[in-house]
Design a protein around this ligand. Sequence first.
Ligand code: SF4
Length: 461
Amino acid sequence: MSTVSQFLEAARQKTADSHERTAVRKAIATYDAKVADGKARFADWQNARAIAAGKKWDAINHLDRYLEQFERNVTANGGQVHWAEDSAQARQIILDLARQRGVKKVVKSKSMVTEEIHLNEALGVAGIHAIETDLGEYICQVRREPPYHIVTPVMHLTRGDIAKTFGLPATTTAEEITMLARDRLRQEFLSADMGITGANFLVADTGMIAITENEGNARLSFSLPRIHVAITGIEKVIPRFEDLALLWPLLSTSGTGQALTVYNSLITGPRPGGEFHVILLDNGRTSLLADAEQRDALHCIRCGACLNVCPVYKSIGGHSYGTTYQGPIGSVITPHLRGAAEWSHLPYASSLCGACTDVCPVKIDLHHHLLHNRRNAVRQKLDHPLQRMAFRLWLWAMQSPARYRLGGKLAAWAGHLGFKPPRNFPMPTGQTFRGWWKKVGQASRLSNSEKSTRETRVPLE
Ligand code: SF4
């Protein structure tokens, strides 16, 4: 089945899944209330967004300079930077590091980039046991399913669903489930040879990586095992340490409504006697960088706000997309990162309402980028031939009043014949606007003009 057919089938099924829809609605309603409170803590939220967008603009438009500065500082701090052009190279770097050091077990904290490069599968094939330690990701791993959301991996599950996943009674409390996972994971932290994390920000002027989390599992992942590997996209670099003063609260407010997440760590080098490696992944990001029109999509700080506000995401859910990054930002970047030929259908999964652009804390013009992607698909002839033909016909009809009239008549006949549009769309009324105007519109215009003539004739006293 093609990716577009898979997407349509999954979207059809998920839209009808009322259990999942209810869980997602509830999670997003809680999120909405918290984020509204969080934004109210800012003296000027719009100004904060504009400043953050400026900082990310600076970083992305001088990416070469800031990445090299970051590398120099990491090296000076005792770490090592590796550059990976694509997923295969990134996996190979990690596998080589692990094999050369006899690593048998890896603990991982939440990282969408490791999902992007399918790292767990590669480690499994190499005989290395990888354990997700973020609770949501751990649940995904036990269920053998990908994250549903870039911030909230199990947004679609109720407490009862999660209890069932662990073979517990449906009445098990959230605290009991958490304690069970915690007990299991503690053992894994203590016996792991390597910890793999992502990074929320790469600080160029200090060579630090900044990690934001709520559970403390990232801290255990990078501090208990002897070897720490952080893998992240090249777009995560920020120019200065002081930029975190804005970007940290902006990320946590848009991501979860918190003023700051519970744990914010800055890693400046290896622990005593340990190793610290940073893998900087391109994987299509430089092609997006080369596109001046859409380059600002690299400003994304992965807060997930555009997913939560998107009416399409709320209806079809995260798994339908079949991508690492779902929702509006996923539909903007996936055709660039994974190829437009296979993923050009995603930008059409949008109502273009613009809600994503309105909420984005770094002001990415998301809904226009969805339109740019649609335009690019048409230019590359990746749109469906029937769609192309329909638009050509429409263009032809719109260029002449006679053809436009004929089109209106054909639509009216279709209405008479009982033609039903495939979506919930008004039926053709059975008459054209011109026909209606002749009968009703002109009569009403005449009566209005008579009325206004009478009114103007009222003599002034
Ligand atoms: S595009 Fe904007 S709103 Fe969406 S995840 Fe990225 S930063 Fe957040």
